[in-house]
Structures are given as C-alpha cells and as structure tokens.
Design a protein around this ligand. Structure first.
Ligand code: FEO
Length: 165
C-alpha cells in the first residue's frame, strides 16, 4: 500500500506534468501565431511528451494501490517577446521540475519506499536530458540573436522533431 505522503507528492507531480504539457502547448500556440512552424511543432511534441510523463505517474499511483486525485491545472502564460524568451522560460521550468523530482526521491529514500525511489529514477534521467536540451536551444538562440536567417534555419531544423518517449 502506498504511503499517504508519497501519494500526495505523486499527485502533485502528476498535476505539475499536466501543467507542463499545457505550458508547452501554450508556447506551441504562440509560435503558430507568429509563423514559426518548426518551433510550434517542437513545442507540440514536447507537450505530448509531458502528457506521457503525467500518465506514467497516473499508472504508477494505481499500480501501487493509491488514488489519483486530479485537480485544476493553472492557466499558462500565452505571450512572449520572442523565441529566446520562450526558451529562457523552458529552461527555468525544467530546472523547477528537476527540483520537484529530486524532492520526491529524497522523500522516498527517507520513507524507505524503494519502489517509488526506483520508479522515479526514470524521471531523474529524463530531467538530465530535458535540462540539457533546453540549455542547448537557449544557447543557440542567444548565439543567433536577431539574425532572421539564423532563426529561419533553426525553425526548420526544429520542425524535424518526432516523439521519442
Ligand atoms: Fe516532465 Fe519536461 O519534465
């Protein structure tokens, strides 16, 4: 049976992952509205991946005899100054997610909840990738600056992204 503290934290993380999905969908819509088709596709794929993350937690809570409690998802920001501002927020958001994941692992270790600790290790690895990807794109956008041709080329490259988990 799942520890009530673990159940509460996992339900919070489930909500956070659904918010992440919503947040990236808002970014996708912003890019659609500003004729960046590649960035829009990339963010839409990111949004879909966040829903997959949420559903992993949803399934785990059920698997260990817990109760999923779905709660309101907050309204995401809908406007940004430019692609650089979007990826600044993306990087910051992923760093915040990493902190939440680490908190759950620390709690699981303290409670000797080895199953949850083991389950959360996938998210630990995933966050390394998420932060690295956001950082790389942020660096590229800083390098490109206001160069329209550079932005156009990066937009085209980002449109190649496909779902990988
Ligand atoms: Fe589910 Fe981007 O972390």
């Amino acid at each position: 049976m799942i520890n009530p503290k673990t159940e509460k934290m996992l339900n919070k993380q489930l909500n956070d992952e659904l918010y992440s999905s919503y947040f990236y969908l808002a970014m996708s819509a912003y890019f659609e509205n500003n004729a960046f088709e590649g960035f829009a596709k990339w963010m839409r794929t990111q949004s879909e991946e966040e829903r997959v993350h949420a559903m992993k937690i949803y399934d785990y809570i059920h698997r260990v005899g817990g109760k999923v409690k779905l709660t309101a998802i907050k309204t995401p920001q809908t406007e940004w100054a430019n692609p650089l501002a979007v990826f600044k927020d993306t990087y910051k958001h992923e760093c915040d997610v990493t902190k939440s994941i680490n908190t759950i692992v620390e709690m699981a270790v303290n409670l000797k909840d080895h199953a949850t600790n083991n389950f959360m290790q996938w998210f630990i690895s995933e966050q390394v990738e998420e932060e690295a990807t956001a950082q790389r794109l942020l660096d590229q956008l800083k390098f490109i600056g206001n160069d329209k041709q550079g932005l156009f080329m990066l937009d085209r490259e980002m449109g190649q992204r496909t779902v990988n988990n």
